[in-house]
Every structure is written in C-alpha cells, then in structure tokens.
Design a binder for this molecule. Sequence first.
Ligand code: PFF
Ligand code: NA
Length: 452
Amino acid sequence: MSGHNVWTHKGTFLLAAVGSAVGLGNLWRFPYLTGENGGGAFILVYALTIFAVGIPILIAEIMLGRSSRQSPIMGMRHLTKTHQTSRAWETIGWLGAASAFLILSFYSVVAGWSLHYTWQMLTGSLAGADADTINAGFNQLLASPGLMTLYHTLFIALSAFIVGMGIHRGIEAGLRIIMPALFVILLVVLGYSVVNGDIGAAASFLFTFNIADLSLEGWLQAMGQSFFTLSLGMGAIMAYGAYMSSNASLTRTALSVAFVDTAVALVAGLAIFSLVFGAGLETGQGPGLMFVTLPMAFAEMPFGALVGGVFFILVLGAALSSSISLIEPVAAFLVERFDLTRPQAVTIMVIASWALGLLTVVSFNVWAEGTIFHALFGRNAFEFIELLTNIFMPLGGLLIALFAGWALTQSEVAKELGGDDTWFAVWRFLVRFIAPAAVAFVFLRTLPQVEG
Ligand code: PFF
Ligand code: NA
C-alpha cells in the first residue's frame, strides 16, 4: 500500500508500544499477583515466560503489522492473500479486535477507580484515616453503580478524545507528554518508598524464591500476566506496528519494549511492597492491594496524601496510554473497511465498549449475584468477560506464533526481520515450537474453567 500512515519519527513506535505495554498490568495486576503468589517464584516464572514466549510473539506481532501496513483485520486479510495461505488466519485479526473491545470495557472501569483515588488523595480525604475507614471507602465505591459509571465514562471519553484526534495529533502528541511524566513520577514514588518504607523487605520478597512455593494456578497466572503486560494477541501491537518505520530495527525495538515493561513492573513492585512492609501491612490482598492496602500505607506517612495523589496520577496516565492502544485497532478497521471518519469510528467503538463496561460496573453491586451469567457460567458478568479475554489472548498469541512460524516462509520472514542469523534461528525456534507449546498449555488449562 502506498500513502499509508506512518509515525512521525523512527522512534515513535517504541514510545507507543511502551505506552501500550506499561499500564494497570504493571502497577496494579503485577504487584497483586506477585503478592498473592508469594513473591520471587512467581516473578521467576513470569520472567522466563517473557523471554521464551512473550518476546518471540511480540516480534511476530510487530512484524505482521509492519508488513501489512493495515489494521489487524484488514492486515491479516492482506497477508493471507499475498502469501497465498488460508483465509482462516484472518481469525487473528478478528480475535484481536474482539479482545481489545472486551478488555477496554473493564480496563476503563478499573482505571476509573484510580480517578476516584486521585481525587480522594489530593483532597486529603484519606490523610490519617484508619484501616477500617479506608476499607469501607473502597467498598462504598464498589457499591455505587452511579459513581463507578461516572468515572468509567470520564476515563473512556478522554481515551476516545485522544484517539479521535488521529495518530499524529492525538496519540503521538499525547504520549510525548504522558510517558516522560510517568517515568519521573515513578522515580519520585520509588524515592519516597525508599525513605519512608522498608525497601530491604520488599527486595527480599521479590527476589528470593523457592520454586516449590508456586502452585500450578500460579504458573498459569504468571504466563497469562506475561501476555497481558506486553499487550500481546489483541491487535494493539499489530495496529501500532502498521505505522512503524521500515528503518527501525524490529528485534531491538521488541527487546526494548519488554525490558522497559518489566523494569516498570519491578520498580512499581519494589515501591509498593516497600510501603506495604514499612506500614506493617499484608501483601496478599489481591486486587485491593493498590486500592486499599496502599492508601493505608500512605495515610500514615509524611506527605502521604500528596505522594499518594501523584501515585494515582501515574496509574491514570499509564492506564490512558494503554487504553488508547485498545481503541486504535478497532477504530482503524472501521475507517478502512467502512470509510468512516476517524471520529465516527472511535465513537462507535467506544460507545459499544462503554456500554459493555456497564456490565462490569453492576457486577460489583446490583448484579453481584443471581444473574444469567451465574446461571450459565457460574460467575458474574465481569468475571465472565475477564475469562473470555483470558482465553482469547493466548489463543490470539498462539495463532500469531503459528502463522509467523509455519505459514510464512523462512525467506519472507528473514527479509522483514533482518539482522543476525543466529538470533533469527533462535527466534524462529521459539516461535515455531516453544511459544505454541507453552501457550497451548495455558490455554487448555484455562478452558475447563468456562463451566465455572
Ligand atoms: N499491557 C497493558 C498493561 O499491562 O496494563 C494492558 C493491555 C493494553 C493489554 C493493551 C492489551 C492491550 F492491547
Ligand atoms: Na504491562
């Protein structure tokens, strides 16, 4: 295709991919999963999966985007034609778009909670509050469909606005402001946690491991997390890859994305656990770690309300830079396929995902029990949607690995990847054998859960 969109600078893809990767997955999900699964052993499995499975698939997904130069759905159609393979591979595009749509629906609700906490912290409502008050506050938020809908609406509207402005004036310009600010804030929070928390305890919790501590469930969660955190299998990376400069090194860029994403997760983990240990609190609080335990720690510390507020701004910015990458693949498809304007396409995608998000909102209160989702799947709507994405993500990743590893010929792929022969051979081996085997394992283990 000629006249396609590309990023303004050679390095913008890296910025955009890091923006997509670094998000609630690093700041919220990684720390609580690590806390629930006992620390170091979880991190070890997570890191191994990032290397053996995550990075190879990340490379493959960028490659598919860049060589097709279109949105994931149209791009896969184009690739199956030019490489004369089965049109069934288009499933990759459709699965990606479906997952992006599903994930955005609940991602925005959780990001909305951070909006609430930013506000609470900066107005000083939680300064000096005791544990019961903070606990009750979180429960009150979850019990209020109105409040949650308000935050969900604000967050998704802001994301839509950025994507609606286009890839240059919206996404690129937005990320140039958000991303540097995030790194500065992260370092400020880390510094604060070194001074006021117990960084030694945090480090030994994260970096000493006994692999026998980890349950099979923990293994699965670690592998699932490595997918989620790198934004794999959802079309986001493929959509951004379509705008990547042909001159940028694909492999080096993929390694940088994985490195930065992992570093952010580890630094966030260190900071959060330092504060949690420093305040003598528990690590295994699950999803409430960031929204309950952490505010408790801030409530006791000097300037806690201020630094806590800044921390939640970090969470918001990271979530925003990820949510825009969930809108892009679907919006770009609607533009290409139906000739819509970008604002029209974004509006359609976001309104639909917003409406679906209302199911997540009510899953915490009025529809917490006794719904059709419970009857059919033994879980509430939010848990069902999350389960679907936990199936679609690895399935998408598996198909990407198989397509890149087996459907495309070696010479076609070598041309796009370039670089060193040995590394190419390593990549090809991982993407043909190791990644599919590992992903199939996670996938088949998740499947039985569908019956509840
Ligand atoms: N990688 C993001 C995170 O760690 O928060 C989540 C995410 C964003 C997943 C975009 C998938 C995606 F397409
Ligand atoms: Na991430």
